[in-house]
Write a protein that binds this ligand. Structure first.
Ligand code: PEP
Ligand code: MG
Length: 892
């Protein structure tokens, strides 16, 4: 804690770039204030104060006085004091972290109300019902979030009050009813906590601030952060803002707005409005809202002003903004704005629209989209021509086509999905407690709430399919079923939901490829309908990325079909052809024969069978990738993948013995399998070791490559083969293989009269290889980092077992936010990649560097490989567009 540190900022003191310090909400409230927009005055307590509190358990010593000074200033400006009995200033205390965490942390409204000031508020507002309703809300919210009282106790009491009066909506309760409720709520607080609801307004405020700090480490917030990869040590800011009221009658209300449609990107009037209500009512989706456009009829002045503000904001932020606003007796107030979440398709459209409007340039457009969004757009969608049974329609809240069994609570969603079922979570509305279930589900369906309801916002953030506000559905959570126009859908019945159209179907609807994939496949071009508008935007963004990227993108592909697709998707060669994939299936036995051969004759026999098959594979592959490099990796089978299963074979032999049916062959096989059985096959006889132990294996493969290349050349093709040696740990291994390979290549050149120019290089996938990369580069013309094995060997994690055994625990404990097999571990594995690349280039300045582990198609890892200066990444064909885009984003 630094003595001069400032922990509190007035809204007039901040700006939008101070999100680290003021959180997103605070920074943007300050920005709007300074733009001259109508923001209720207030101040922000910084994330630094939160961090001090979270670290030490106590607020920074200076905080109290700083808050007092800001509160004084606020009181002077507003002309009334917090909680003043005859005319109280009321404030909201709202969380606001650097990254939006919708509904995950706490907020308390109406701070400053007490038994005394509620009367003052009633007089000032001229509305007794309003004052008591506000007090009721304060005790309820404060009781739940600050004092930890079970929220259902309040909700049940509210329901009971309505039932007793035979009414259904809160607004039908009058001042007397609410007064009674307040009494009851206060009793509940006393009974549950042993203390009275605090009457001192400053105490209320301080406790609320502390509760907001604490909510940073609530279970929901932690889970959400892990999902969204938000660091756990950022802390939240706290915004203290003078209250304005949307529930002061029909000339008041509250709403949310987008400066363009977050689902399509189209400009227009998008949002929801709720008359005579407070903000929480909209976000929670508790009452059904009206379209924002209707505000024009309700209050034209405010509507016009809002439209103007929306334009100001969009031009200022140069992006889609979302907005929360309140109208208090005809006066418009801005409560929040931020650069809005949007669907993947809208992100691409908006980025190109903003370029066309001259608001951003192409480099900036690349920063407005992500590889993850592109991946989402490549998901299949529902077949429009399928016969379907449509049962309802809601709001298209988050796109995608999801099919699964109906479940009506989060617990069941998690349980069923753990046992491998696909489920659709169906709720009346979701709240933060449903997060587990939302993560587990294929899609989310709700019967209430708009585009900004909790379900919609969170699902969009997770990239999960969501349809919300499907009003025909009568969801009965208790009986685990829903009814739609007489049809009953029980738990376990299959439903399909389309998050792009909002349609809900009974049964399983077949899915078809996305238009974006059709475009990459070359089967769709720019046009006029909705899908093609998206395709045109993707096309433009990909062109920007290709123009600026430095990394080349290759494919991991082992056959002509994959190679051709990869080419259509923009691959600039093959970075990894795993030849062991050419020997699975019916060819597996041939490798088995080779491995188990006892004599030279047996071995040569096996190799002779394999050679023509291999050659044919390579001819096809070189043809498919004509003119582009193809890195063929020599055989790298962890042996167990090619030998009969030891247990099965043992049983077979034992049964045969019992039947006195002696099978000499099986017995021999079993002996060999026993001899070669390994405890740790991934660390065993594989890669270059196998090539060195089995004479003739690698030379057969090199011969097949060389002959295939010669054949292609004679057919006027342009084969560009590169031979790659796997699992090298020391340069000596490589030298031996190189010598043999060069001899074979020379033989083939002599025989065919074709000069082949085959490059020979190695994978770097063992720590020792990375550590001695300078030496290894003497014998290698290229390196390809095998980050799968490198991760396995650097961490000492078995790549095949680890996900099932302890990764979940590691993820839950936050040891890592994401598996190191998915995103490169920059500090460990990555630092080896970096130093090996440097050492290799020091030895051989024109050394070509690539990566072919799974990380080659992972967005964050692609940025890292760009940064360390690799020449290319190689990934599965389907991820090539994502890698191209991310390589462009990294370079832009
Ligand atoms: C690697 O180890 O990263 C690699 C690409 O090789 P494989 O996955 O085939 O072991
Ligand atoms: Mg490997």
């Amino acid at each position: 804690e630094n003595k001069d540190q400032k922990f509190v900022y007035d809204f007039t003191e901040g700006n939008k770039d101070l999100k680290d310090l003021l959180g997103g909400k605070g920074a943007n409230l300050a920005e709007m204030t300074n733009l001259g927009l109508p923001v209720p005055p207030g101040f922000t307590i910084t994330t630094e104060a939160c961090k001090v509190y979270l670290d030490s358990g106590e607020e920074p010593a200076a905080l109290r006085d700083e808050v007092s000074a800001h509160l004084d200033a606020l009181e002077q400006r507003m002309g009334k004091k917090l909680g003043q009995a005859d005319d109280p200033l009321l404030v909201s205390v709202r969380s606001g972290a650097k990254f939006s965490m919708p509904g995950m942390m706490d907020t308390v409204l109406n701070i400053g109300l007490s038994d005394a000031s509620v009367e003052g508020l009633a007089k000032q507002a001229g509305d007794e019902r309003f004052a008591w309703d506000s007090y009721r809300r304060l005790i309820q919210m404060f009781g739940k979030t600050v004092l930890g009282v079970d929220g259902e106790l309040f909700e049940d009491a509210l329901e009971a009050a309505k039932e007793a009066k035979k009414v259904t909506v809160d607004t039908d309760l009058d001042a007397a009813d609410l007064k009674k409720l307040v009494k009851q709520f206060k009793k509940t607080v006393k009974a549950e906590t042993g203390r009275d609801f605090p009457q001192d307004p400053r105490e209320q405020m301080d406790l609320a601030v502390r509760a907001v700090f604490d909510s940073w480490n609530g279970d929901r917030a932690k889970l959400y952060r892990r999902q969204e990869r938000i660091p756990g040590d950022l802390g939240t800011a706290v915004n203290i803002c003078s209250m304005v009221f949307g529930n002061l009658g029909p000339d008041s209300g509250t709403g949310v707005a987008f400066t363009r449609d977050p689902a399509s990107g189209h400009q227009g009037v998008y949002g929801d409005y709720l008359q005579n209500a407070q903000g929480e009512d909209v976000v929670a989706g508790i009452r059904n809202t009206v379209a924002l456009a209707e505000l024009e009829q309700i209050d034209k002045t405010s509507y016009d002003q809002l439209m103007q503000i929306m334009e100001t904001l969009e031009t200022h932020y140069k992006d889609l903004c979302d907005i929360e606003f309140t109208i208090e007796r005809g006066q418009l107030w801005m409560l929040q704005t931020r650069v809005g979440k949007r669907t993947a398709g809208a992100a691409f459209r908006i980025a190109t629209q903003l370029v066309d409007q001259g608001l951003i340039d192409e480099a900036e457009a690349l920063q407005r989209v992500t590889g993850a969004q592109l991946a989402q757009l490549m998901f299949p969608r529902f077949d429009e021509n399928a016969k379907v049974e449509k049962i309802g329609r809601g709001i298209a809240a988050s796109p995608g086509a999801a099919v699964g069994k109906a479940v009506f609570d989060s617990y069941t969603a998690v349980k069923w999905s753990r046992s491998g079922e696909k489920v659709i979570l169906i709720r009346r509305e979701t709240n933060p407690d449903d997060l587990d279930g939302m993560i587990a589900a294929e899609g989310i369906l709700t019967s209430r709430g708009g585009k900004t309801s909790h379900a919609a916002v969170v699902a969009r953030g997770m990239g999960k399919t969501c349809v919300c506000g499907a009003e025909e559905l009568e969801v009965d959570t208790k009986r685990r079923r829903m009814t739609v126009n007489g049809t009953v859908i029980e738990e376990g019945d299959v439903v399909s939901i389309d998050g792009s159209t909002g349609k809900v179907y009974l049964g399983e609807v077949p899915v078809v490829p996305s238009p974006v994939v059709e475009y990459f496949e070359g089967r769709m071009h720019a046009g006029a309908d909705d899908a093609d508008e998206l395709v045109a935007a993707v096309h433009r963004i990909m062109a920007y990325a290709d123009r600026v990227r430095r990394l080349r993108v290759r494919a991991n592909a082992d056959n002509a079909e994959d190679a051709l697709r990869a080419r259509r998707f923009g691959a600039q060669g093959i970075g990894l052809c795993r030849t062991e994939h050419m020997f699975l299936g019916e060819r597996r036995e041939m490798v088995e024969k080779l491995i188990l051969a006892d004599t030279d004759e047996e071995r040569e026999e096996a190799l002779k069978v394999l050679l023509p098959l291999q050659k044919k594979d390579f001819v096809e592959l070189f043809e498919a990738m004509d003119g582009l490099p193809v890195t063929v990796r020599l055989l790298d089978p962890p042996l167990h993948e090619f030998l009969p299963d030891i247990t099965e074979l043992s049983v077979r032999v034992a049964l045969a013995e019992a039947r006195k049916d002696h099978n000499e062959n099986d017995l021999r096989l079993l002996q060999a399998v026993h001899r070669l059985h390994e405890q740790n096959p991934m660390l065993g006889l594989r890669g270059v070791r196998l090539g060195l132990v089995i004479p003739g294996l690698f030379t057969m493969q090199v011969r097949a490559i060389a002959e295939a290349a010669a054949e292609r050349r004679n057919a006027k093709g342009d084969p560009r083969a590169e031979i790659m040696i796997p699992l090298v740990g020391t340069v000596q291994e490589l030298e031996i293989v190189r010598e043999e390979a060069e001899q074979v290549i020379a033989e083939v050149e002599a025989k065919t009269g074709v000069e082949l120019k085959l490059a020979l290089g190695t994978m770097i996938e063992l720590p020792r290889a990375a550590l001695t990369a300078g030496q290894i580069a003497e014998a290698a013309e290229f390196f390809s980092f095998g980050t799968n094995d490198l991760t396995q060997t650097v961490w000492g994690f078995s790549r095949d077992d680890v996900e099932a055994s302890f990764f979940t625990a590691y993820l839950e404990k936050g040891i890592f936010g994401v598996s190191p097999f998915e995103t490169i571990d920059k500090d460990g594995v990555g630092s080896l990649v970096r130093s090996a690349a440097e050492a290799g280039r020091a030895t051989r300045p024109d050394l070509k560097l690539g990566v072919c582990g799974e990380h080659g198609g992972d967005p964050e890892s692609v940025h890292f490989f760009h940064e360390v200066g690799l020449d290319y990444v190689s990934c599965s064909p389907f991820r090539i567009p994502v890698a191209r885009l991310e390589a462009g984003r990294a370079a832009a």
